[in-house]
Design a protein around this ligand. Sequence first.
Ligand code: COA
Ligand code: AMP
Length: 632
Amino acid sequence: MGRFHEVYRRSMADPTAFWAEAAEDVAWTRRWDQVVDDSRPPFSRWFVGGETNTCYNAIDRHVEAGRGEQPALIHDSPVTGTVATYTYREMQERIARFAGALRGLGVGYGDRVILYMPMIPEALVAMLATVRIGAVHSVVFGGFAAKELATRIDDATPKVIVSASCGVEGQRVLAYKPLLDRAIELAAHKPQHCVIKQRPQVEAELAPGRDVLWEDAEAAAPPAGCVPVKATDPAYILYTSGTTGQPKGVVRPTGGHLVALKWSMKNIYDVDPGDVYWAASDVGWVVGHSYIVYAPLFHGCTTVLYEGKPVGTPDAGAFWRVIADHKVKVMFTAPTAIRAIKKEDPDGKLLAKYDMSNFKAQFLAGERCDPDTLKWCQDKLKVPTVDHWWQTETGWPIVSNCLGIEELPYKPGSPTHPVPGWDVQVLAPDGSAVKPNEIGAISIKLPLPPGALSTLWNNDDRFVTSYMTEYPGFYQTGDAGVIDDDGYLHVMTRTDDIINVAGHRLSTGGMEEVLANHPDVAECAVIGVADALKGQVPLGFLVLKDGVNKPHEQIVAEVVTMVRERIGPVAAFKVATVVQRLPKTRSGKILRRTMQKIADGQDVAAPATIDDPAILGEIAQSLQTVGYPQKG
Ligand code: COA
Ligand code: AMP
C-alpha cells in the first residue's frame, strides 16, 4: 500500500486517534476532554471541552515563536496601483487595536459582526479582530445587492457592521456605502454601529451617531487580547445559496476549523511555514475564508490578498506577475479564471515574461474543471495542476490529490481520491451504495471530519432536512457523480437547482422568486446554461399574464434589472425569453433539466411524464431567438 492509502486507511479506521494527533499542531488554552462527541447524530462536536482562540493561532503564536518580522500579508492591488506588505507583528498590532475598537462599540463573546468589504487588508483585520474577542463574523460578498445583505443582517442580527466606502472592480469604482445604507433600511434588525473604512476613490457619507470612521474607532480603543472560546463555539457564519431565496448560514466550529485547516496546508497543498501561498478568490467566499485568511496564517505562511482580475488588470499575465513578484509557491483559483486567461493569451506568451521558478503547484476548485483548462495549465505552467472538490459547507477539500502525502496519478475530469477524514460514498435512490462507475448521489458518511459545518445558524431543523434526511447516516453534498474502479471520484452534476456561475454558487430558485415578482409575469423558470467562460450562466423563461401587451424586450430588460438590484451583479443574469407556456410533468413539475439540455444543444427525448411533448419544440424555437444553443 502506498503512503497515501496508508494515511487514508488510518483516518478511516480510527478517526479519533487521527484527528487527536492533528490537533497537537494547534495551540489550545485548554485541551479537549473528548475528541468527538457523536451522541446526538447528525450533530457531531469535535474537541469537546477544548478551548482556544482562532486569532491567537493565526497571528500571536507566530509572533511569540519568532515569526514577527515575516510578512503575514501582501496586499497586491493592480486596480489601485498599490502593493503593501504587513508582518505578523504589524498585523497583531492592527488586529488588537481593531478588536479593542469593536469591543468599545459593544461587541463581545458570541456577538455577530457582519463585514461587507472589498479586498483590502482591513477585511482580514476585521475578520481576525472579531474572532480575537470571541465574536462571530459573517462576511457578505461585495457583489451581492442590498436586498441580499438585508436578508443576512436579519438572520445574523449583528451588533456592528464593518464596511468600506467602495470596491474597485477592474476599471470601475463601486460605492458600497449606499448599498449598505439601503440594506439597513430594508432589514428589520438594525445594527448599533457601522465602522467605515474610507478609501481614497470615494468618500462615504456617515450617519451621525451610528457610523464611525475606521481610523477613529481604532484610535479611541485600547488593544484587546485573545479571548479563549470553546472548540464548539462558532468562529464564523458564511451564507451560501440554497434552493430558495433564503440563503443558508453555514456555521463553522472553532476547534475543528483550526485543526482541519492547519492539517490541510502541509498534507494537501504541501506548503511549509514561511512559504508564500495565494488563493485568488474573494474574502466573501469560502475559498477566501479558508485559503486567503485562515489556513495560510494558521500555518505561518505569507498570504497574498489580490485586488484585481485574471485579465484586464492590466492583462492576462497578471496572475503570473503576482506569482513572480511575491515568489508564490502554491496558488489556488477557479477554472473560470484560467479560461479567461486562456482566451486572451492562448499560447501563454505572457508567461515567458515572468520568473516562475518558485511556483510549485496550481490548485483549482469552485466548479467542474474541464479537461481543456486542465491541459492548458499542465502544458503551460509545467507544475502539478490539482483539481480539487469541496463546498462552503465542508470548509476544506473533500477530494483532492494530497501533494504533501503522496502525489497520485492524475485523471482528467476527476479531482482524484477522497482526502483522509472523508468517507465518500455514491448512493442509489434506495440508499444502497452503487457499483463502481455507476452514477448516484455523492454522500459522506457521518460523522463529518473536523472543520465541516456544525449546523445552520439558528436553524438546526433546516440543517437536518437539507443535508441529513435523504440518506440517514450520510451528509448529502448535492452533487452527483461516480467513483471509478481506482476509487477516484468524478463529479458530474448538481442534484438540485443550484448553478455555478464563474465559480460562484447561485440559486436558480432565488432568481425565480425575483422574476415572479414582476407584475406582468404569470410563471417563470430559470436554468443554468453552458457558457464557455463562466461555466454556466442563468437564463430565464417568462410566461406573461393574459392581456399583457408591453413589448417583450421591455419586460426582459426589467427583469434583468430586478435580478441585478435584488440579488446583485454577481448573478450575471442577462438573458431571458418570453414563452407561451413551460414544459411540465403531468403532476405540474417544471422540466428544468429538459430545457437545460435543449439550451445546451444536447439530444433530448421527451420525458415519459411530460404533459405535452409539443412544448419542447416551442422552447427550442424561443431559445434560438436568444442565441441558444451557442455555436462552437
Ligand atoms: N463587488 C461588486 N461587484 C462585483 C464584485 C464585488 N466584489 N465581484 C464581481 N462583481 C460584479 C462584476 O463587476 C460583474 O458586474 P457587471 O455585470 O456589471 O460586469 C458581475 O459582478 C459578475 O462578476 P464576475 O463573475 O467576476 O464576472 P466578470 O465578467 O467581471 O469576470 C472572470 C469574469 C472570469 C474574470 C471572473 O469571474 C473571475 O475572476 N472569476 C474567478 C472566480 C473566483 O475567484 N471564484 C471564487 C471561487 S474560487
Ligand atoms: P461552493 O459552496 O460555492 O464552494 O460551491 C460548491 C459546489 O461547487 C460543489 O458542490 C460543486 O457543485 C461545485 N464544485 C466545487 N469544486 C468543484 C470541482 N473541483 N469539481 C466539480 N464541481 C465543483
